[in-house]
Design a protein around this ligand. Structure first.
Ligand SMILES: Nc1nc2c(ncn2[C@@H]2O[C@H](COP(=O)(O)OP(=O)(O)OP(=O)(O)O)[C@@H](O)[C@H]2O)c(=O)[nH]1
Ligand SMILES: [Mg+2]
Length: 411
């Protein structure tokens, strides 16, 4: 049996004003994304929160019986609990209790692939764990192994408070270096003048599938929450225009603040992108997905234009209620993709001029200088001289023409 094997019960508090079915579906999908067997989801209407155990003691006693009868060894609470509430519930049920945040952090840890992603996740995990290990915090013996103690990859999280402090400092220094490197990459892109499009959106909406289709790439796309963690950039060409498309980590409602903080640097591509595609699953609760994503983008300070892309249109029959400004596609079935490319080109390249010039071999010119004002150039050599095909933004067109005239007049 796998060392991390756990049989779990989800504890779902039903509070007024929430869409309970949607919440339950989401927490169950989150649990599915771990190495955990889901046994049962127990709901409880909450009229008054018990400050010490959140739920009333009657409910917990009921639950204890189910836990014992079915050899359950993990309770996942769908929400946030104070450290002492975790302990009190855990004592009462005699089983490990974790919150939604711990669960999400655990999935992130298992999915982080790049060294950067691993550092970000471990830091978020330790920052979440640290205050919970003090005073009346989580009892280490109860934490045991498995979910909540797994760091990125095969590692086990540090659970000694003194060591955590040192480790946090070390990871923070590493992140500073990563941010510096990203900034440099960003500056290089800007200097090269290549436009960037950033795919953002709720998790599992099809962002990676769309990236693969647009860029002919093979990024992991999977029916699982948080399949993508590391930002991934791919080059492509639309109607002769070079372009970089970036895939990002998916969002969920109420993403733990520590995680948003940790992933700010990986989501920074949305801040610098020339265009943002907010990808939603039109067959699910798309309004909530779009809103959650928009709020996170605003929090990041992303102000670029956003196109709403409604994916998975193959799964719906009624198109009446879909807002007119959505671009409808199915990435899996290659539907609506040409229209989407046209929309992107319209937004990004409407002020770009296409042209070509042939320069006699006797003329001297500085290619770097030409490149610095053009969006892209393509060279070919023939009998009359060097032909330069160029794409230039309208604002740089005059400058380019002046330079070509200088070359022609032999200055
Ligand atoms: N029916 C249908 N399924 C799709 C479509 N596009 C993607 N999918 C499926 O949706 C699931 C999630 O796709 P991904 O591309 O991994 O989604 P994502 O947004 O990158 O997900 P995360 O990285 O986990 O946030 C996969 O099983 C895809 O095959 C579509 O147009 N129609
Ligand atoms: Mg993905």
């Amino acid at each position: 049996m796998n060392e991390n094997y756990e049989k779990a019960i989800i504890l779902e508090p039903l509070l007024d004003g929430e869409n309970h079915a949607e919440k339950i579906e989401e927490i169950e999908s989150l649990l599915l994304a771990t190495s955990c067997e889901h046994f049962l989801t127990v709901t409880q209407k909450i009229r008054e929160i018990n400050p010490s155990t959140f739920f009333g003691t009657g409910k917990l006693d009921e639950l204890k019986e189910v836990i014992e009868q079915n050899e359950v060894n993990l309770v996942v609470f769908d929400g946030e609990l104070s450290p002492s509430q975790v302990n009190n519930i855990s004592d009462r049920l005699d089983v490990k209790v974790i919150t939604r945040t711990t669960l999400i952090l655990d999935i992130f840890a298992q999915h982080a692939l790049s060294p950067e992603g691993k550092i970000l996740v471990e830091l978020a995990q330790l920052k979440y764990l640290y205050p919970r290990l003090q005073g009346k915090g989580i009892k280490l013996s109860r934490l045991g192994g498995g979910i909540g103690t797994r760091g990125p990859g095969e590692t086990k999280l540090e659970t000694d408070r003194r060591h955590i402090k040192t480790r946090i400092k070390y990871l923070e220094r590493n992140i500073k270096e990563i941010e510096k490197r990203r900034k440099m990459q960003q500056n290089r892109r800007e200097r090269n003048g290549v436009k960037t499009v950033c795919l953002v959106g709720y998790t599992n909406t099809g962002k990676s599938t769309l990236l693969n289709l647009l860029c002919n790439s093979d990024v992991l796309a999977k029916d699982q929450l948080f399949a993508t963690l590391d930002p991934t950039a791919r080059k492509t060409v639309f109607n002769g225009h070079p372009l970089i498309i970036m895939d990002t980590v998916g969002f969920v409602k109420n993403l733990p603040p520590d995680l948003i903080e940790a992933f700010k640097s990986t989501l920074e591509c949305a801040v610098y992108a020339d265009l943002i595609l907010n990808v939603c699953d039109i067959s699910a609760n798309f309004e909530m997905q779009i809103e959650t994503t928009k709020m996170t983008l605003a929090d990041l300070g992303a102000t670029s234009e956003i196109i709403t892309v409604a994916n998975k249109c193959d799964k719906i029959k009624d198109f009446e209620d879909i807002p007119k400004n959505f671009t409808l596609i199915s990435a899996k079935n290659n539907l609506g993709i040409e229209e989407l490319k046209n929309v992107i080109c319209e937004k990004l390249f409407q002020d770009v001029i296409k042209g070509s010039i042939t320069l006699d071999y006797s003329k001297k010119y500085n290619l770097t200088k030409i490149k610095s004002v053009c969006q892209s150039i393509e060279l070919s050599y023939n009998d009359d001289g060097t032909t330069i095909k160029y794409l230039v933004e309208e604002k740089n067109y005059q400058k380019l023409m002046e330079y070509f005239n200088e070359i022609k007049s032999g200055e």
